[in-house]
Design a protein around this ligand. Structure first.
Ligand code: AMP
Length: 169
């Protein structure tokens, strides 16, 4: 089983100079989909996790698969204006642009043990913004986990919590 064979590099997407790591071939393969979810789970299974946070949009794919394996809940963090109830928000820098993210204020209770999940860790701006949201709401981040880590961008240095990833570039 080689995950790397199922990740597709798309050059100059969404902007010139970016090599986009496309996980859709992995998702389309039933064995690889299960394998990747199991591998992510193995990296965090010793931890008690109350809720898995998935970051819009590709964090919504493996986030619930992990939550199910961990007997945890799933909490979406979404782009501005998408969540219907009362939210708190945070602005952040992307590898390509800036944006803000929101979470429902009642999604996390004080002391909740949180796993943050997204498909790719690049500069770390997104994950560290989500980490801040969780900490501000009184949660404890036990791990940030990713399918892919672009190590050369040193994103993990922006994070206060341990990072786990399946593939490093
Ligand atoms: P960053 O905040 O720079 O760590 O960027 C992480 C977010 O942007 C994640 O939600 C990724 O899905 C997306 N992203 C950034 N760079 C890439 C890339 N080269 N390929 C695929 N997704 C990326």
């Amino acid at each position: 089983m080689n995950l790397n064979d199922h990740i597709r590099d798309i050059h100059d997407f969404p902007k010139p100079g970016i090599i986009f790591k496309d996980i859709t071939p992995l998702l389309a393969n039933p064995e690889m989909l299960k394998y990747a979810a199991d591998k992510l789970y193995e990296k965090v299974k010793e931890q008690k996790v109350d809720k898995v946070i998935g970051i819009e949009a590709r964090g919504f794919i493996f986030g619930p698969l992990l939550a199910e394996r961990l007997d945890a809940g799933f909490v979406p963090v979404r782009k501005k204006g998408k969540l219907p109830s009362e939210t708190v928000s945070v602005s952040y820098d992307l590898e390509y642009g800036t944006d803000s993210l929101e979470i429902h204020v009642d999604a996390i209770q004080k002391g909740d043990r949180i796993l943050i999940h997204d498909d790719v860790l690049a500069t770390g701006g997104t994950a560290s913004a989500v980490e801040k949201l969780v900490l501000d709401l009184g949660g404890v981040v036990v791990q940030c986990n990713f399918i892919i880590e672009l190590s050369f961008l040193e994103g993990r240095q922006k994070l206060k919590t341990p990072v786990a990833s399946l593939l490093n570039y």
